[in-house]
Design a protein around this ligand. Structure first.
Ligand code: HEC
Ligand code: HEC
Length: 205
Protein backbone atom coordinates (compact mmCIF):
# COMPACT_ATOMS: atom_id res chain seq x y z
CA UNK A 1 0.00 0.00 0.00
CA UNK A 2 2.71 2.38 1.10
CA UNK A 3 4.85 1.59 -1.96
CA UNK A 4 1.85 2.16 -4.15
CA UNK A 5 1.27 5.61 -2.68
CA UNK A 6 4.96 6.50 -2.94
CA UNK A 7 5.01 5.37 -6.53
CA UNK A 8 1.99 7.45 -7.26
CA UNK A 9 3.48 10.51 -5.59
CA UNK A 10 6.71 10.30 -7.55
CA UNK A 11 4.67 9.87 -10.70
CA UNK A 12 2.75 13.03 -9.90
CA UNK A 13 5.98 14.96 -9.33
CA UNK A 14 7.23 13.70 -12.68
CA UNK A 15 4.08 14.80 -14.40
CA UNK A 16 4.32 18.31 -13.04
CA UNK A 17 7.90 18.58 -14.31
CA UNK A 18 6.81 17.25 -17.68
CA UNK A 19 3.99 19.75 -17.94
CA UNK A 20 6.35 22.55 -16.99
CA UNK A 21 8.66 21.44 -19.78
CA UNK A 22 5.84 21.46 -22.30
CA UNK A 23 4.88 25.00 -21.31
CA UNK A 24 1.42 23.89 -20.22
CA UNK A 25 -0.27 24.80 -16.93
CA UNK A 26 2.35 23.84 -14.40
CA UNK A 27 0.99 25.54 -11.33
CA UNK A 28 -1.05 22.57 -10.17
CA UNK A 29 -0.04 20.26 -7.35
CA UNK A 30 -1.32 16.75 -8.00
CA UNK A 31 -0.86 15.63 -4.39
CA UNK A 32 -3.07 18.46 -3.14
CA UNK A 33 -5.42 17.77 -6.05
CA UNK A 34 -5.93 14.20 -4.89
CA UNK A 35 -7.11 15.46 -1.49
CA UNK A 36 -9.30 18.15 -3.06
CA UNK A 37 -10.91 15.56 -5.32
CA UNK A 38 -12.47 13.91 -2.24
CA UNK A 39 -15.79 15.76 -2.73
CA UNK A 40 -15.90 14.68 -6.38
CA UNK A 41 -15.17 11.02 -5.81
CA UNK A 42 -18.76 10.07 -4.91
CA UNK A 43 -19.71 10.59 -8.55
CA UNK A 44 -16.43 10.50 -10.51
CA UNK A 45 -14.64 7.59 -8.83
CA UNK A 46 -17.47 5.06 -9.14
CA UNK A 47 -17.19 2.77 -12.18
CA UNK A 48 -20.39 2.77 -14.22
CA UNK A 49 -22.07 5.48 -12.13
CA UNK A 50 -24.88 7.26 -13.97
CA UNK A 51 -26.68 10.60 -13.70
CA UNK A 52 -30.28 9.81 -12.76
CA UNK A 53 -32.24 12.14 -15.02
CA UNK A 54 -31.64 12.34 -17.89
CA UNK A 55 -29.84 9.04 -17.63
CA UNK A 56 -26.24 8.98 -18.88
CA UNK A 57 -22.93 8.00 -17.36
CA UNK A 58 -20.99 10.48 -15.26
CA UNK A 59 -17.95 11.25 -17.45
CA UNK A 60 -14.64 9.47 -16.93
CA UNK A 61 -11.93 11.91 -15.90
CA UNK A 62 -8.81 9.77 -15.33
CA UNK A 63 -6.31 10.59 -18.08
CA UNK A 64 -8.18 13.67 -19.34
CA UNK A 65 -6.01 16.64 -20.36
CA UNK A 66 -5.17 19.38 -17.82
CA UNK A 67 -6.13 22.42 -19.89
CA UNK A 68 -9.42 20.87 -20.94
CA UNK A 69 -10.36 20.00 -17.34
CA UNK A 70 -9.61 23.57 -16.29
CA UNK A 71 -11.66 24.95 -19.20
CA UNK A 72 -14.57 22.58 -18.60
CA UNK A 73 -14.88 23.45 -14.91
CA UNK A 74 -14.76 27.13 -15.85
CA UNK A 75 -17.55 26.59 -18.38
CA UNK A 76 -19.91 25.45 -15.58
CA UNK A 77 -18.93 28.49 -13.51
CA UNK A 78 -19.52 30.71 -16.57
CA UNK A 79 -22.88 29.04 -17.36
CA UNK A 80 -21.76 27.82 -20.80
CA UNK A 81 -22.66 24.41 -19.42
CA UNK A 82 -25.35 23.65 -16.90
CA UNK A 83 -25.65 20.75 -14.50
CA UNK A 84 -27.09 21.07 -10.97
CA UNK A 85 -24.28 19.35 -9.10
CA UNK A 86 -21.43 20.53 -11.32
CA UNK A 87 -22.51 24.18 -11.24
CA UNK A 88 -22.30 24.11 -7.45
CA UNK A 89 -19.00 22.24 -7.44
CA UNK A 90 -17.41 24.57 -9.96
CA UNK A 91 -18.45 27.64 -7.98
CA UNK A 92 -16.92 26.29 -4.79
CA UNK A 93 -13.43 25.74 -6.26
CA UNK A 94 -10.68 28.36 -6.30
CA UNK A 95 -8.51 28.62 -9.45
CA UNK A 96 -5.72 26.90 -7.50
CA UNK A 97 -8.06 24.02 -6.54
CA UNK A 98 -8.98 23.58 -10.20
CA UNK A 99 -5.34 23.48 -11.32
CA UNK A 100 -4.40 21.01 -8.58
CA UNK A 101 -7.32 18.74 -9.49
CA UNK A 102 -6.47 18.97 -13.20
CA UNK A 103 -2.87 17.88 -12.60
CA UNK A 104 -4.09 15.02 -10.37
CA UNK A 105 -6.54 13.77 -13.02
CA UNK A 106 -4.15 14.11 -15.96
CA UNK A 107 -1.50 11.90 -14.28
CA UNK A 108 -3.56 8.72 -14.72
CA UNK A 109 -2.46 6.46 -17.53
CA UNK A 110 -4.94 5.42 -20.19
CA UNK A 111 -6.51 2.05 -19.43
CA UNK A 112 -7.93 -0.94 -21.27
CA UNK A 113 -11.60 -0.50 -21.80
CA UNK A 114 -14.58 -2.83 -21.62
CA UNK A 115 -17.25 -0.54 -23.00
CA UNK A 116 -20.81 -1.57 -23.71
CA UNK A 117 -21.83 0.15 -26.90
CA UNK A 118 -25.12 0.36 -28.72
CA UNK A 119 -24.17 2.33 -31.85
CA UNK A 120 -22.35 1.14 -34.98
CA UNK A 121 -18.67 1.80 -34.24
CA UNK A 122 -17.56 0.82 -37.77
CA UNK A 123 -19.85 3.42 -39.33
CA UNK A 124 -18.82 5.86 -36.59
CA UNK A 125 -15.17 5.55 -37.54
CA UNK A 126 -15.88 6.95 -41.01
CA UNK A 127 -18.15 9.66 -39.71
CA UNK A 128 -15.49 10.73 -37.20
CA UNK A 129 -12.93 11.45 -39.92
CA UNK A 130 -13.70 15.19 -39.75
CA UNK A 131 -13.07 15.21 -35.99
CA UNK A 132 -9.55 13.78 -36.17
CA UNK A 133 -7.82 17.13 -36.75
CA UNK A 134 -8.50 18.11 -33.15
CA UNK A 135 -9.45 14.92 -31.31
CA UNK A 136 -6.97 12.55 -32.99
CA UNK A 137 -7.88 9.63 -35.19
CA UNK A 138 -8.92 7.43 -32.27
CA UNK A 139 -9.96 10.21 -29.90
CA UNK A 140 -6.62 10.07 -28.12
CA UNK A 141 -5.24 13.46 -29.13
CA UNK A 142 -2.15 14.97 -27.53
CA UNK A 143 -3.11 18.67 -27.56
CA UNK A 144 -4.13 19.39 -23.94
CA UNK A 145 -6.75 21.95 -25.07
CA UNK A 146 -8.89 19.36 -26.83
CA UNK A 147 -10.64 16.73 -24.72
CA UNK A 148 -9.68 13.11 -25.05
CA UNK A 149 -12.68 11.09 -26.21
CA UNK A 150 -11.15 7.60 -26.42
CA UNK A 151 -12.67 5.28 -23.84
CA UNK A 152 -15.23 7.85 -22.66
CA UNK A 153 -18.73 6.47 -21.97
CA UNK A 154 -20.90 6.23 -25.06
CA UNK A 155 -23.94 7.63 -23.24
CA UNK A 156 -21.95 10.66 -22.03
CA UNK A 157 -20.57 11.39 -25.52
CA UNK A 158 -24.11 11.19 -26.94
CA UNK A 159 -25.34 13.60 -24.27
CA UNK A 160 -22.45 16.02 -24.93
CA UNK A 161 -23.05 16.04 -28.70
CA UNK A 162 -26.80 16.46 -28.28
CA UNK A 163 -26.15 19.39 -25.94
CA UNK A 164 -23.86 21.06 -28.47
CA UNK A 165 -26.43 20.44 -31.18
CA UNK A 166 -29.32 21.93 -29.18
CA UNK A 167 -27.16 24.76 -27.88
CA UNK A 168 -27.64 23.67 -24.24
CA UNK A 169 -23.84 23.51 -24.10
CA UNK A 170 -22.13 26.44 -25.65
CA UNK A 171 -18.89 26.27 -27.64
CA UNK A 172 -18.85 27.98 -31.04
CA UNK A 173 -16.67 25.35 -32.68
CA UNK A 174 -18.53 22.32 -31.39
CA UNK A 175 -21.99 23.91 -31.80
CA UNK A 176 -21.27 24.33 -35.51
CA UNK A 177 -19.89 20.83 -35.97
CA UNK A 178 -22.65 19.07 -34.02
CA UNK A 179 -25.45 20.89 -35.83
CA UNK A 180 -24.60 18.87 -38.95
CA UNK A 181 -24.87 15.49 -37.20
CA UNK A 182 -28.02 13.34 -37.21
CA UNK A 183 -29.04 11.38 -34.09
CA UNK A 184 -27.70 8.26 -35.80
CA UNK A 185 -24.37 9.96 -36.56
CA UNK A 186 -24.11 11.01 -32.92
CA UNK A 187 -24.70 7.48 -31.67
CA UNK A 188 -22.29 5.86 -34.15
CA UNK A 189 -19.48 8.37 -33.54
CA UNK A 190 -19.94 8.00 -29.77
CA UNK A 191 -19.79 4.21 -30.15
CA UNK A 192 -16.56 4.53 -32.11
CA UNK A 193 -14.74 6.59 -29.46
CA UNK A 194 -16.21 4.62 -26.55
CA UNK A 195 -15.03 1.32 -28.02
CA UNK A 196 -11.34 2.24 -28.32
CA UNK A 197 -9.17 -0.40 -26.69
CA UNK A 198 -7.33 2.11 -24.54
CA UNK A 199 -8.64 5.33 -23.18
CA UNK A 200 -9.93 7.38 -20.28
CA UNK A 201 -10.62 5.59 -17.02
CA UNK A 202 -12.62 5.98 -13.85
CA UNK A 203 -10.57 7.68 -11.13
CA UNK A 204 -9.08 5.14 -8.72
CA UNK A 205 -8.51 6.62 -5.28
C1 HEC B 1 -23.36 14.56 -7.92
C2 HEC B 1 -22.41 14.02 -8.84
C3 HEC B 1 -21.17 14.84 -9.18
C4 HEC B 1 -20.24 15.41 -8.30
C5 HEC B 1 -20.25 15.37 -6.77
C6 HEC B 1 -19.23 16.01 -9.15
N1 HEC B 1 -19.51 15.82 -10.47
FE1 HEC B 1 -18.37 16.43 -12.07
N2 HEC B 1 -19.84 15.82 -13.33
C7 HEC B 1 -21.00 15.16 -12.97
C8 HEC B 1 -21.83 14.98 -14.15
C9 HEC B 1 -23.19 14.29 -14.22
C10 HEC B 1 -21.13 15.61 -15.23
C11 HEC B 1 -21.61 15.78 -16.67
C12 HEC B 1 -22.56 16.95 -16.66
C13 HEC B 1 -22.89 17.47 -18.02
O1 HEC B 1 -23.59 16.77 -18.77
O2 HEC B 1 -22.42 18.58 -18.35
C14 HEC B 1 -19.86 16.09 -14.67
C15 HEC B 1 -18.88 16.73 -15.42
C16 HEC B 1 -17.62 17.05 -14.95
C17 HEC B 1 -16.52 17.53 -15.75
C18 HEC B 1 -16.53 17.73 -17.26
C19 HEC B 1 -16.04 16.46 -17.92
C20 HEC B 1 -15.97 16.56 -19.42
O3 HEC B 1 -15.53 15.58 -20.05
O4 HEC B 1 -16.32 17.60 -19.97
C21 HEC B 1 -15.46 17.74 -14.92
C22 HEC B 1 -14.07 18.20 -15.29
C23 HEC B 1 -15.91 17.42 -13.58
N3 HEC B 1 -17.22 16.99 -13.63
C24 HEC B 1 -15.14 17.55 -12.44
C25 HEC B 1 -15.67 17.45 -11.14
C26 HEC B 1 -14.96 17.87 -9.96
C27 HEC B 1 -13.53 18.43 -9.95
C28 HEC B 1 -15.80 17.65 -8.89
C29 HEC B 1 -15.55 17.92 -7.42
C30 HEC B 1 -15.15 19.27 -7.07
C31 HEC B 1 -17.03 17.08 -9.42
N4 HEC B 1 -16.92 17.00 -10.78
C32 HEC B 1 -18.11 16.68 -8.65
C33 HEC B 1 -21.33 14.72 -11.71
C34 HEC B 1 -20.69 15.12 -10.54
C1 HEC C 1 -11.37 22.47 -34.55
C2 HEC C 1 -11.21 21.52 -33.47
C3 HEC C 1 -12.31 20.50 -33.23
C4 HEC C 1 -12.91 19.66 -34.15
C5 HEC C 1 -12.64 19.55 -35.65
C6 HEC C 1 -13.84 18.85 -33.39
N1 HEC C 1 -13.80 19.18 -32.06
FE1 HEC C 1 -14.87 18.32 -30.58
N2 HEC C 1 -14.12 19.64 -29.23
C7 HEC C 1 -13.22 20.64 -29.53
C8 HEC C 1 -13.05 21.48 -28.35
C9 HEC C 1 -12.16 22.70 -28.22
C10 HEC C 1 -13.89 20.94 -27.35
C11 HEC C 1 -14.15 21.49 -25.93
C12 HEC C 1 -15.28 22.48 -26.04
C13 HEC C 1 -15.90 22.86 -24.72
O1 HEC C 1 -15.18 23.37 -23.85
O2 HEC C 1 -17.12 22.61 -24.55
C14 HEC C 1 -14.53 19.78 -27.94
C15 HEC C 1 -15.43 18.97 -27.25
C16 HEC C 1 -15.98 17.82 -27.76
C17 HEC C 1 -16.79 16.88 -27.00
C18 HEC C 1 -17.11 16.96 -25.51
C19 HEC C 1 -16.12 16.14 -24.72
C20 HEC C 1 -16.41 16.11 -23.25
O3 HEC C 1 -15.62 15.47 -22.52
O4 HEC C 1 -17.40 16.67 -22.80
C21 HEC C 1 -17.17 15.90 -27.87
C22 HEC C 1 -18.03 14.68 -27.54
C23 HEC C 1 -16.62 16.23 -29.17
N3 HEC C 1 -15.90 17.40 -29.07
C24 HEC C 1 -16.83 15.48 -30.32
C25 HEC C 1 -16.42 15.91 -31.60
C26 HEC C 1 -16.86 15.27 -32.81
C27 HEC C 1 -17.78 14.07 -32.88
C28 HEC C 1 -16.27 15.96 -33.85
C29 HEC C 1 -16.43 15.73 -35.35
C30 HEC C 1 -17.77 15.76 -35.85
C31 HEC C 1 -15.47 17.02 -33.25
N4 HEC C 1 -15.61 16.97 -31.89
C32 HEC C 1 -14.66 17.89 -33.95
C33 HEC C 1 -12.56 20.82 -30.73
C34 HEC C 1 -12.89 20.19 -31.92
Amino acid sequence: MRTKILKRLSFVAGTVALLAGAGVHAEGDGVAGRVKFETCAGCHARPGYANAYPRYHVPKLAGQHTNYIIASIKSYADNERKHGAMDGNADSLTPQDVEDIAVYLAQFELVANDATITGDAEAGKEKAATCAACHGETGDNSDPNFPRLAGQYESYLVKALQDYKSGARSNPMMNGLASGLSEEDILDISAYYASQEKGLGTVER
